[in-house]
Ligand binder design. Structure first.
Ligand SMILES: *Cc1c(COP(=O)(O)O)cnc(C)c1O
Length: 400
């Protein structure tokens, strides 16, 4: 059976209808099941990127499909003039898995960048305006979040952005001590910088960040948009550093592919900073998205996917190291948020070759291949990719 419309035709139509901000798509996908997706020409791919750390239960997971279908049949949307049971239940479940103290609260939006916007507004309620973030950080593309995002190419065309943001080199304790003063409203950090090529903040650095922010009355806001919802083997990455932040932002994996974002504020003081009328969203927390989120949290819990993420992630790191390939200089990251680090700037070529060979990964930086598969990925699927890796690297130059 030949597909009615092939990929080339679709891509031509895309080029004439969809805004060009994403460049040319790598493929046109029509179907998914588990860790596999298929393109419009019928070619199958092993999805080791999961829509950028989003599809934590893979594609077509029966729990998510059931939850979304059932909810769509009863209520999809009501506005925030009204509450719904899935919204309330997801808020309670998120606070529980985050270990949030009494008096904590959740604000729901629709994306990571919206969670960051809410956090920026929260920080303004401290009466201070200065913000500190890390170099190489990524916090989103709306104009507030963009002021925190470090990459100049993303920022410069849209200047001026909100002022008073200082970027400090990650894991530089001296720079952090100098930057976090009593003028600073909030310090924003990613526990692991995904877009920077999976670069972790050291636990000691996060602990220092907690100490300095507490001492100066600065909010410590951890951006867990990429690291949250089990990706690093715990519900949230901050839980591995032994600290409690003032707030976290969550999105990507939370809805299993359905758009949802959340700001979690810890304790009554921080949770009371934004009061009635000071923030809002039409769609945020709607019953469809929150029902999907509940299905995701339930499945992670029931199927032991936190421990699975840790063990399969360690297996990937060990197997890649065991290749002893001259072009591979190491593996970064934790759980199922990993980068295979190359000793030459050929990651984009390798990612393209991988796609041709039927594997979806990406190259967030010139020397890093990001691996952020569904949390249900099997050891056998990881082994398939690792077995193919030497071939994908074949003939590519080693840095001098
Ligand atoms: C993806 C990402 C964002 C932005 O999320 P969107 O849903 O694309 O707006 C923010 N912070 C981090 C750490 C991210 O990885």
């Amino acid at each position: 059976m030949s597909p009615a419309v092939d990929s080339a035709t679709y891509l031509d139509r895309y080029a004439h209808s969809v805004m060009g901000v994403f460049g040319r798509p790598k493929a046109v996908l029509t179907r998914g099941e588990g860790c596999y997706v298929w393109d419009a020409d019928g070619k199958r791919y092993l999805d080791l990127l999961a829509g950028i750390a989003v599809n934590v239960l893979g594609h077509g997971h029966p729990d998510v499909v059931d939850a979304v279908c059932k909810q769509a049949g009863s209520l999809i949307h009501v506005s925030n003039f009204f509450a719904t049971p899935p919204q309330i239940e997801l808020a309670e479940r998120l606070l529980a898995v985050a270990g949030a103290p009494d008096g904590s609260a959740v604000f729901f939006g629709n994306s990571g960048t919206e969670a960051i916007e809410a956090a920026i507004k929260l920080s303004r309620r401290t009466g201070r305006t200065a913000l500190v973030a890390a170099e190489a950080s990524f916090h989103g593309r709306t104009t507030g979040a963009l002021a925190l995002t470090h990459k100049h190419a993303y920022r410069e065309p849209f200047a001026p952005l909100i002022p008073s943001v200082t970027h400090v080199p990650l894991n530089d304790e001296r720079a952090l001590r100098a930057a976090v003063t009593e003028d600073v409203a909030a310090l924003f950090l990613e526990p692991i910088q995904g877009e920077a090529g999976v670069v972790a903040a050291d636990a000691a650095y996060l602990q220092l960040a907690r100490e300095l922010t507490t001492a100066t009355g600065t909010l410590l806001i951890l951006d867990e948009v990429q690291t949250g919802v089990g990706r690093t083997g715990t519900w949230f990455a901050f839980q591995q550093a032994g600290i409690v932040p003032d707030a976290i932002t969550v999105a990507k994996g939370l809805g299993g592919g359905v758009p949802i974002g959340a700001l979690l504020t810890f304790g009554p003081t921080v949770s009371g900073l934004l009061t009635a009328g000071q923030h809002g969203s039409t769609f945020g927390g709607n019953p469809l998205a929150t029902a999907a989120g509940l299905a995701v949290l339930d499945a992670i819990d029931r199927d032991g996917l936190l421990a699975h993420a840790t063990s399969v992630g360690n297996h990937l790191a060990d197997s890649v190291a065991a290749l002893g390939h001259p072009l591979i200089s190491g593996v970064r990251g934790v759980g199922l948020l990993r980068a295979i680090v190359l000793s030459a700037d050929v990651a984009a070529i390798v990612a393209d070759r991988a796609l041709t060979a039927g594997f979806i990964i990406n190259a967030p930086t010139p020397d890093a291949l990001r691996f952020a598969p569904p949390l249900i990925v099997t050891v056998a699927q990881v082994d398939e990719f690792v077995a193919a890796l030497p071939q994908l690297l074949n003939g590519l130059g080693v840095a001098s």
